[in-house]
Every structure is written in C-alpha cells, then in structure tokens.
Design a binder for this molecule. Structure first.
Ligand code: ADP
Length: 470
C-alpha cells in the first residue's frame, strides 16, 4: 500500500498548531508498516538549506478556471518520512501559512486550490493507492480526485470543524469548479462555497481526531452548521484519538530542557521549575505552577480564564501563559500581569519555551469550549504535568479525573465540573489540595508519564481504515 499524506503544515517546517504535530507524527508511525509519502507547500519562510530540501526534476502546470499555475517540486526527509514540497508562487509567497496580522489571505481559495489539485496530480505521478487529506486546505482534492482519478481511495481527516474554508460563490469560477457542485448536497453553504464540505462529501472515509468529537460534531452545539450534513455522511465517519511523537516529546532526551528527567528522576523536573520561575521572576517556587499554552481564542476558553484571573491569582499559585491570538484578550492579560506578581505572560509562538513550560509546570490548564483532540494534555502527561481540563472532545477521551474510581486505572488529572470562571477557580483550589498531598501528586505524575500517548494504537486504526477503502 502506498500512502500520500497531505497537509498545509508539517512540523518542523511549518507549524501553527496541532495539525503540524500530527502531520509529522502519524506518517512517521505509519512509515514502519507501509510506504508513506508526505506533501506540504514550500512556503517562502521555510529555510530550504537548514532542512536540506532539494529540487526535483518534476515540474508541471495545473489549470484552475482560466488560469495556469507553474508547479515545481522539492523533497526532504522528515524523521524517516520522504516529504514532497510543492512550490507555486501564489501559494508560497507568504509570511505564515494562512494569513498575517491583518487576517487570512484573500487568495486562500486559490492558494489551497492550487495545493489541492497538485496533490491529486502527485497521486497519479507517484502511483498512490490511498490519499490522506487533512482539514479544509486539502479538502478540494477529494472532489478533484473523484473527477480525475476515480480509482484513488481518499481519506479525509477533520482536525477542527471551526475552520471550514468558506469563500464567496465567485471562487467556484476562479477554481474552475462546475456549477453542478453548487448545491446544499455539494459544496454550497449559505450562498458561498465551503471546502470542508468537499472533503466530507467526496472522500471514501472521513475521520476526526477523537471518538468523542466524532459524536459531538453531529450536534448543533459543536457542528459549526455542518451537523446535518455530517449526519448524512455519518456512516463513513470515524473518531481516532491523536497521539504525539514520543521521541520528539521525551523529557528524558528533550534538548530544550535544562535538566532531563524520567518517571524515576522527578527531582530534575523540580529543578526545571525552579529555574523557570526564577527566569520569569515568580517568587516562592514551592507554590504549584500552572501554565496555559495555546491560541488566544474562545475555543481554548481564554476569555473564561481572563474572567477567573482576579480570584485565581489570589490563590497560592504561580500562573504563566504562552500564546498569541485575539488582541483584546492579549491586552486584558497584559493589564492583569501588571497587578499580580504571581502571573507572567509570554506573547508569541516559541516551540522551545513551550517544551520548557511542559517540563517546569505542575499543572496545565485547558478549559476549552470544544477540543477536537488537543495535544497539550498528551504532551503534559508525557512530561509528568497534571492536566486540568474541560470534559469535552479529546480531553474527555484522554483525561479522567483523579477522584473518578470507575476504573481500576487511576485518573490522570482534574476535570472541571462545568465550564465557568468559578469552576476554574474551584478546580485550582482542588489542584492546590492535590499538590499539597505530595505522595499522591507524585504517584499520579509518574503514572501519567507511563501513559501510552504515542500514535501506535491510532496508526493501527488508520491502517484498518485505509485497508477498508481498498
Ligand atoms: P490547536 O487547536 O491550536 O491545534 P492542539 O492542542 O491540537 O491545539 O496543538 C497545539 C500544539 O501547538 C501543541 O504542540 C502546543 O504545544 C503548540 N503550541 C500552541 N501554542 C504555542 C505557542 N504559543 N508556542 C509554542 N507552541 C505552541
């Protein structure tokens, strides 16, 4: 079986979130069993020399609507996975994959149309049996595959239904898509076109990144307007929990950490916490350290954290936030940080700092309103850091409360009783009590480090689904 795995971002070349991690880790796991090729755009900000990317002889043109686009190909190796890079000027002339500080690029319909059509052509060139598409950026490839390569088997994974690739109707013409598709059963959505719908309708199998999210997206509360459409296609919808790359995320070897540690050497985790608190001028390193790492959005519940701050920060704890996003939220955080000496923020995206935070923290806070899977809690388990989570999606599937005795296996974290600022404060108080019980705390922290958060089991589920499509 030969697989082509297509994504708009793959770690370490380009990463805005969990998609890049998964697009690196899943192919690397699958590669041990089947022939895998990955493909992503060669954005201008990717350092070709640093990653030893070389030009291939292959180059061709594709047509979208009235326009012709020149495609050239590059390749590199990523943790044993041969990775193709698509270069085309409209697609790759950018400072970040989807947009800049002014918002999403207006040409995203064409940019990812170019990428999606190219992916289908590559499937033909490389004799691919199964094409695995990820999120709306690649979803139109499912539609073009049905037209151009009907024998190709297509799997489409929804990583986040909140981003659907919605464009005005005129984009259909620019992309050369026939009017035939512009129906509610096709890709029409509220008078415009919706790329996500193409992935759902024209793929042989649709997956999403946790079993709970697969059920939730059939409900109006989580379906982002596509719940009815997804219900129609639900016989081919599956939920498979994400994993992480346990080699890249390994506290025993992680080069970003001042001190490495494993479940038998937790003293070094404490050292990392002391160093981190000193660096961020947080006094009293004996207090529990809670962190938040992620996008400043309502999805991640950052607005609820902000509401909770005045009560939260009067507790005996230190709190550090790393992230970027909504400017009003960033401003509110800045103001709060001036008033409390147990609260620090770092704005921006910093991979190495995030690793140090996973290792230094006692707890990670994730009050997400919805969470397709969430990787932060999986990384935290690996680093012996206790997740405090809302009970949704992949968080529900990967974290049980420490007081939940329904299974003989102990729980991994603190699960919010409901989603509100008061519930966050209550969970923080519970965390303080739990932290004070040093024996229990260290037992759970060590047990968490032994959890299997790798892609091993999930890769088996994907292989089964690939096999079904053939
Ligand atoms: P998302 O919904 O943003 O994709 P996930 O939990 O699936 O969230 O994955 C987030 C990934 O991005 C994790 O690897 C996390 O450590 C990383 N991450 C998020 N924000 C930042 C940041 N500001 N700096 C560094 N890494 C970050």
């Amino acid at each position: 079986m030969k697989l082509l795995f297509a994504a708009a971002e793959i770690f370490p070349y380009a990463k805005t979130g969990g998609l890049a991690d998964v697009a690196q880790a899943l192919p690397a796991t699958l590669e041990k069993q089947i022939d895998v090729l990955s493909v992503m755009p060669l954005y201008d900000f990717i350092d070709r020399e640093k990653f030893t990317l070389t030009a291939m002889n292959e180059s061709f043109q594709i047509t979208l609507g009235k326009d012709i686009y020149e495609i050239s190909l590059f390749e590199g190796m990523n943790q044993g996975v041969r990775t193709l890079f698509v270069y085309e000027a409209t697609l790759c002339d950018c400072v970040a994959p989807y947009g800049n500080k002014n918002g999403d690029y207006l040409s995203n319909d064409i940019r990812f149309g170019v990428f999606s059509k190219t992916v289908v052509i590559l499937s033909q060139i490389f004799n691919i049996d199964v094409l695995h598409l990820n999120d709306w950026h690649t979803a139109l490839a499912a539609l073009w595959a049905k037209e151009l390569l009907p024998e190709l088997h297509v799997v489409f994974t929804i990583h986040n239904l909140a981003f659907q690739g919605y464009f005005p109707k005129e984009s259909m013409e620019r992309l050369g898509l026939r009017e035939y598709y512009f129906t509610p059963e096709g890709i029409e959505f509220w008078g415009g076109m919706n790329c996500m719908k193409a992935g759902i309708a024209y793929s042989d199998v649709v997956t999403t990144v946790s079993p709970s999210y697969a059920k939730e997206i059939l409900l109006p509360e989580f379906g982002c307007g596509l719940e009815g459409y997804l219900k129609v296609h639900s016989p081919k919808l599956h939920g498979i929990l994400n994993g992480i790359d346990t080699i890249l995320f390994d506290p025993l070897t992680d080069p970003a950490l001042p001190k490495n540690y494993g479940p038998g050497k937790l003293a070094n985790k404490k050292n990392n916490k002391i160093l981190f608190c000193k660096e961020y001028v947080l006094k009293d390193t004996d207090k529990p350290l809670i962190v938040f790492i992620g996008r400043f959005t309502e999805q991640k519940g950052l607005d609820i954290i902000i509401e909770a701050l005045p009560k939260l920060l009067t507790l005996k704890l230190n709190f550090v936030i790393l992230g970027e996003g909504d400017e009003a939220m960033a401003e509110a955080l800045k103001i709060a940080s001036r008033n409390y000496d147990n609260f620090s923020i770092r704005f921006g995206y910093d991979e190495s700092l995030s690793h140090r935070m996973y290792s230094a923290a006692d707890f990670i806070l994730m009050p997400s309103r919805f969470e397709p899977c969430g990787l932060n809690q999986l990384i935290s388990l690996r680093y012996g850091t206790i997740p405090i989570v809302n009970d949704v999606g992949g968080l529900h599937d990967s974290v049980r409360d420490i007081d939940d005795t329904s299974s003989s296996i102990c729980g991994q974290g603190i699960v919010l009783s409901k989603l509100s600022s008061n519930a966050i404060v209550r969970s923080a108080k519970r965390s303080l009590q739990f932290f004070a019980d040093t024996k229990h705390f260290s037992k759970i922290s060590k047990a968490n480090m032994h959890c299997d958060v790798s892609f091993k089991d999930s890769a088996k589920s994907y292989l089964k689904l690939y096999g079904k499509t053939l």
